[in-house]
Design a protein around this ligand. Sequence first.
Ligand code: NAD
Length: 481
Amino acid sequence: MKIPITVAYGDGIGPEIMKATLRILEAAGAELELEEIAIGKAVYERGHSSGIEPSSWASLRRTKVFLKSPITTPQGGGFKSLNVTIRKTLGLYANVRPCQSFAPFVATKHKKIDLVIVRENEEDLYAGIEHRQTDEVVQCLKLISRPGTERIVRYAFEYARRHGRKRVTCVTKDNIMKLTDGLFHKVFDELGTEYPEIEKEHMIVDIGAARLAENPDKFDVILAPNLYGDILSDIAAEVTGSVGLAGSANIGDEVAMFEAVHGSAPDIAGQNIANPSGLLNAAVLMLVHIGQPDVAAKIKNAWLVTLEEGHHTADIFEDGSSQHKVGTQEFADALIANLGREPQHLPVTQFAAADLERQPHAKLVRRLPARKETVGVDVFVNWRGQTAEDLAVQLQRANLEHLKLTMITNRGVKVWPGGFPETFRTDHWRGRFTVPEGLAISHSDIVTLLGRVALEGLDFIKTENLCTFDGEPGFSLGQGQ
Ligand code: NAD
């Protein structure tokens, strides 16, 4: 029975690698009914600011399976990333990126890489909530939620368990971002206790990235919040030989999307030199997902044979390990001619029963909310005055009787009381107002305070409530506090 899937050719090298991939899928006997949609640049240019038309959403929600080529997203301005929109809108919370080396057939410094990156796919700095707050300062909100983290952490452990993986390495920067990355690490520790057979380790992302570049063979499953996962998976794919090799699965409760790890590579678009392997490997993951594991294995094995024979695209071509420099379509031709064959040296791929079943959806039990009390407020102001002392005088004049101005920071560093003249100051200031222990502050207190701050002629740009949750502070200290 043919399975309907949605297909998008994308931008840049997208159309050529998709053409090669679909030719291989057809030749291998994949039972697919393709629904083609247009997404990306052409759609933006037709006036759909989201980069996707309503009928395309309908197709995705109908087929629930999406094979997608990369699309171009403008840097530093312009329309929002459609990739991120699709992942979030369809609830594709887990981005699974297997990376393997194929030594000695594909040149790499690291001969034994076999790792999987499980990247959180919806949260973190990719919330896309950015503001220019003052003339000099812009901000991007980093959002990490407990339910979102629990889902991805559980997914990583379940994935490791099902695939016989031994270790999960969680990567964060919780020495600096103690609340956001701290929550991710904490949930990893909490849920990890339910998987006693799996070795657990945590690394700060900087050393984690360094180790991944130098000793990728030491990693098994890497679990990371969105941004670090994005960066680490490019590193991992590149050290196997090329970013053009790795495919990925974006998994949600209902819908799954399969795509290459790399982008639209505009620098080589239209030249028939791109490596189609990333998208092809994504298609292999897709075939397993939709219950066609034999076709998936047939393609994967023919692909390994093609690598062994040294039919290599330019990105992995090296004198010594390569025999024939081939273009995108010629690589597909060589692979099609190898369908039905098995590799002689590289391990033959067989998809195990564990691969065939879809990943069980991470069971999520929302906790009862903690007892929340508001014990203060941070008021951010855009201010071009001279010294923190001057600002303190104004903020104290605006203050309410039962609140105390406890600190002023500039870009997060405490500059009052005390403070060093060496500290660089921009126009982005924060006054922290708190209540004495045991008291609370109401919303109307905050509104009154803001009214008084405005009467002082201060340009407030936002407030953040300071809350405790079951008595635990839900806010960080100022640097130097
Ligand atoms: P990129 O991955 O497109 O390219 C980086 C480098 O790798 C380039 O030199 C490119 O030629 C090379 N490369 C990438 N894929 C290759 C392949 N299959 N074969 C051979 N060489 C390959 O990254 P970029 O240049 O930073 O981004 C280009 C565009 O892609 C941007 O608009 C970006 O937003 C977008 N992008 C899209 C996705 C996606 O659709 N999922 C992912 C990442 C980036």
